[in-house]
Design a protein around this ligand. Structure first.
Ligand code: HEC
Length: 267
C-alpha cells in the first residue's frame, strides 16, 4: 500500500513539475504537409542537406534510400552528397560531438526520428519561431523552444523577426486574442489578473531573401522530409493496411455466405 501511495505522490509531483515548467499555453499552427507530395519531399531533402546537415546528422537514414522519394542515384550523388560519402552511407555529420558541445554548450541532437519525438506541428512552428534577442549568446531566441542554443539557420531566407507581446485583462480575453491570430501564439500568465499573448512577427526593416509565404513553404518541405526520414516505411505500411482490410471484407462476405448455407436447412 505504502508503495502505491509513494508512486501516486511521485506521479502527482511529476505532473505538477511539468505544469510549472510549461506554465504557458502554446498554440501551434498546423504544419501544411503532404506525405505523398514527392516534389515537396525532394525539396525538403535539398533544404535539409544544405541548411541542417552541417550541424545535425540523420544517422538512421541512408542516402541510397532517397530513391524512395523519386530521386535517382545520380541526382543524389550530384546534389545531396559530399564527395567523400558513398551512396550506401548514412547521413552523418562531420562535426565531432565533443566539438559541438564546446561550441554550442550542448550536444547537437541527431534528427533521424525528431519528427516522431516532437511531432510535425512542433517542428514547423519551431522553425517559424526564431526572433532577435540581444540577451542570448547567438543573438536569437525561440518562442517554441525558449533559450535554444541553436542559432537561426535560415535567417537569411526569413529575414529578421521580433517578439510581439500584448497584455490582456483576464485569461479569456488573452485566449480569444491568441485564437484570432490564427497562427503560432503563446498565452502566458503575467502579474495579477494580467495575461500575455506572445507571437513572432516579421521585422520589416530586415527583409529576407524570401517572402513570408515562400519561407513557410520552404519550412513545410523541410518538415515533410523530416517526417519521411523518421518513418520511411509509413507509405508502405498504409498500403499494406488497406490490402489487409480489403481481404477481411472479402473474407467476411464468403464466411457469411457459408453461414447462410449451413443454417438454411435448420430454419
Ligand atoms: C550551427 C549549427 C546548427 C544548424 C546549422 C542547425 N542546428 Fe538545429 N540545433 C543545433 C543545436 C546546438 C541544437 C541544440 C539546442 C539546445 O538543446 O538548446 C539544435 C537543436 C535542434 C532541434 C531541437 C531538438 C530537440 O528536440 O531538442 C531541432 C528540431 C533542430 N535543431 C532542427 C534543425 C533544422 C531543421 C535545421 C536546418 C534548417 C537545423 N536544426 C540547423 C545546431 C544547429
Amino acid at each position: 500500500m505504502n508503495r502505491i501511495a509513494a508512486l501516486a505522490a511521485a506521479l502527482a509531483f511529476c505532473a505538477g513539475a511539468a505544469h510549472a515548467a510549461g506554465g504557458l499555453d502554446l498554440r501551434l499552427d498546423p504544419a501544411p504537409i503532404h506525405r505523398l507530395d514527392v516534389e515537396s519531399l525532394q525539396r525538403g531533402a535539398r533544404n535539409f542537406v544544405n541548411y541542417c546537415l552541417n550541424c545535425h546528422g540523420a544517422k538512421f537514414m541512408r542516402y541510397e534510400r532517397l530513391t524512395d522519394i523519386g530521386l535517382t542515384e545520380q541526382q543524389i550523388k550530384d546534389n545531396l552528397m559530399f564527395t567523400s560519402d558513398k551512396i550506401g552511407s548514412t547521413m552523418t555529420v562531420a562535426m565531432r560531438p565533443a566539438d559541438a558541445k564546446a561550441w554550442f554548450g550542448t550536444p547537437v541532437p541527431d534528427l533521424s526520428v525528431i519528427a516522431r519525438v516532437r511531432g510535425v506541428d512542433w517542428l514547423y512552428n519551431y522553425l517559424l519561431a526564431f526572433y532577435r534577442d540581444d540577451g542570448t549568446v547567438t543573438g536569437w531566441n525561440n518562442l517554441v523552444f525558449p533559450n535554444v542554443a541553436m542559432p537561426h539557420p535560415l535567417w537569411e531566407l526569413q529575414g529578421g523577426s521580433k517578439l510581439v507581446t500584448t497584455e490582456y485583462d483576464g485569461h479569456d480575453k488573452a485566449l480569444a486574442a491568441a485564437i484570432a491570430i490564427k497562427g503560432l501564439a503563446s498565452v502566458e500568465p503575467g502579474t495579477g489578473n494580467k495575461w500575455h499573448v506572445r507571437t513572432v512577427a516579421a521585422d520589416g526593416n530586415a527583409p529576407g531573401t524570401m517572402t513570408q509565404l515562400e519561407y513557410r513553404t520552404f519550412v513545410a518541405d523541410l518538415v515533410n522530409f523530416m517526417a519521411y526520414v523518421a518513418e520511411p516505411n509509413k507509405g508502405r505500411r498504409i498500403s499494406i493496411g488497406i490490402v489487409v482490410m480489403m481481404y477481411f471484407v472479402v473474407l467476411f462476405a464468403l464466411v457469411y455466405a457459408l453461414k447462410r448455407m449451413y443454417w438454411k436447412d435448420v430454419h
